[in-house]
Design a protein around this ligand. Structure first.
Ligand SMILES: [Zn+2]
Length: 563
């Protein structure tokens, strides 16, 4: 009898709360599930835009379908949610099913089982060791629980890597959206195996630096140890990392360690094209998530997203990746989201990022990893190829040929930070844009704005521009008008002034109606431009008056501010 008792207690300690406590109070039921699983899902009827906005700023919205909001709560957000008093339902908890762990990294590399964390680490090391000419293993950072967030760079032997645009794939920032993790490893393996044999792969790697981060949130995936048993969406502190990036309008500074590490990595490599792989639905989601308005390159975003989904459809079972507009959606049209990586990369780093939802089961069972690959690999390769097309070029000083960091702006088209910048070390820039005739303006401090007109962009083709910028020669000894540049200005401009204004000056900004809208003090040293910020001004034409209060000398000029 005692033996039975022992066996029973052992079983109970292994599965302490397999059934939810039958608490009549649903709030306590929520708390119970959170204690057991680290997260809980609830649904509420769509409460209107104002409440949805408030929810989006405080909890993780997973999806909106048929006027129902699906919400995920973590230990950090559950009490806030309970306090709001929404009438909610608790769907049946998704039991983790079908995850089979490989017994070795060799077995994991058949890509039909999930690797353990040590196997994952070994696989990344093996790529690096087996293909030293093509690979570079890097660490984006370390998680709160001390796991490494790894990335691998794949690039071909041909071409100077400094001249190749950087592109980036990353997956499983939500630890329980597991399919993309194996897809990324499988893709790295596929590219390495086919370099030199397959023309398409070879061209891709000879022309791009392809960075792959298979697992952005290892603490969420490997919650309890080395294999995947009870993955959660959140990081070790219960934060949703894809709601944690700085928002364009209300940047916050409190970031999780994983987010801060990722931001540093993104800023270092300035990816021209990227995608963040998730699961939970089956759709390609493009910016913006946080604004109802459209990105300046909305047509381009739609077409590359459409192509991803359409290519999937050619090789998939019927009904796969057909959510929203047959597998494609604008982010806001689906649901409002703050702090996502896609908007941060696209707005703050002038990148082009989409979010790809691979599987409406959050956890892809091991038995379906191969079919998920078959359905997506062509699209994964094809999406990266977008970085080979559009406008590429190099910006240098016309006098010294030194590469320049310049703003590359399409007048009458760019808005909401959609312009790009050339790299300060190489002068290279990539501007992917829809087919058409475009006028590009280049501006760089100390250089005259340069315009390249009637640049024709043709679908699936690359056009190369050599841009030589002339340094500004401004004779400060001649009294007259100031030199204001770049003009038009986006967020700031420089002013070079006649020498008779040297010393303490006031700078007055006057709008079209003659109203003084800003006045500031500064010190002017001839030859050194004064920097004036315009990010608080609405778009328009302004008169700028510079006055030396002691000498009484003054001058004025006009600046156009655009957004
Ligand atoms: Zn996700």
């Amino acid at each position: 009898m005692w033996r039975h008792y022992l066996i029973l207690s052992a079983l109970l300690s292994l599965f302490p709360l397999i059934c939810f406590p039958q608490d009549k109070n649903p709030d306590n039921q929520l708390r119970g599930i959170i204690r057991q699983y680290g997260q809980v899902e609830v649904t509420i009827p769509y409460p209107g835009l104002k409440s949805a906005d408030r929810l989006s700023r405080n909890v993780s919205i997973l999806s909106v379908k048929d006027n129902i909001i699906f919400i995920s709560l973590s230990p950090l957000t559950v009490e806030w949610f309970i306090n709001q008093g929404f009438i909610y339902s608790i769907p049946e908890h998704r039991v983790v099913r079908g995850i089979e762990s490989a017994t070795s990294s060799i077995q994991a590399m058949n890509w039909d089982k999930y690797p353990t964390y040590p196997q994952y680490d070994s696989i990344m090391q093996a790529f690096n060791m087996n293909y030293p000419a093509l690979c570079r293993l890097d660490t984006i950072g370390t998680t709160i629980d001390g796991r490494l967030v790894l990335a691998i760079r794949l690039t071909g032997a041909i071409g100077n890597e400094a001249d190749k645009p950087n592109v980036f794939y990353t997956s499983t920032i939500h630890g329980d959206e597991t399919g993309g993790f194996v897809m990324m490893l499988h893709l790295a393996d596929y590219l390495l195996n086919n370099y030199g044999n397959n023309e398409r792969v070879t061209s891709l790697m000879d022309n791009l630096n392809i960075w792959i981060n298979p697992l952005a949130n290892p603490d969420g995936t490997y919650t309890s140890g080395k294999s995947i048993t009870s993955p959660v969406r959140y990081n070790a502190e219960g934060e949703d990392l894809n709601r944690n990036f700085p928002d364009p309008e209300t940047p916050h500074t409190i970031q999780q360690k994983e987010t801060a590490d990722m931001v540093r990595f993104l800023k270092k490599h300035r990816f021209v094209l990227s995608a963040n792989f998730h699961s939970g639905d089956e759709v390609v989601n493009y910016p913006w998530d946080r604004w109802p308005r459209l990105h300046a390159d909305n047509d381009w975003f739609y077409s590359v997203s459409r192509k991803y989904a359409d290519t999937v459809h050619t090789g998939s079972k019927q009904g796969y990746m057909t959510f929203m507009d047959n597998g494609v959606t604008n982010g806001y049209e689906w649901y409002l989201l703050y702090g996502g990586r896609q908007d941060y990369v696209t707005y703050s780093l002038q990148g082009r990022e989409v979010t790809i939802e691979l599987d409406n089961k959050y956890i892809t069972p091991s038995s379906q990893l191969q079919s998920l690959w078959q359905e997506n690999w062509r699209s994964m390769v094809g999406y990266l190829e977008n970085a080979l097309f559009g406008i590429r070029g190099k910006v240098v000083s016309a006098v010294t040929s030194v590469p320049l960091k310049a703003q590359v702006f399409i007048a009458g088209h760019d808005k909401d930070s959609s312009q790009v910048f050339s790299d300060s070390l190489t002068g290279n820039f990539t501007r992917m844009v829809s087919p058409g005739i475009w006028n590009l303006s280049f501006s760089s401090p100390g250089f005259r704005d340069t315009v390249m007109s009637n640049v024709e962009v043709v679908s699936q083709q690359k056009i190369h521009l050599d841009v030589k910028m002339k340094p500004i020669s401004y004779d400060t000894t001649k009294n007259g008008t100031p030199l204001l540049y770049p003009n038009p200005a986006l967020t700031r401009f420089n002013a070079l002034l006649p020498a008779n204004l040297a010393g303490e000056i006031t700078i007055s900004i006057i709008n079209y109606y003659g109203e003084l809208i800003s006045e500031e003090h500064n010190t002017y040293t001839p030859g050194f431009p004064v920097l004036i910020f315009t990010d608080k001004f609405p778009p328009g034409t302004y008169t700028v008056v510079f006055k030396n209060l002691i000498k009484g000398s003054s001058c004025n000029g006009r600046i156009v501010v655009i957004k």
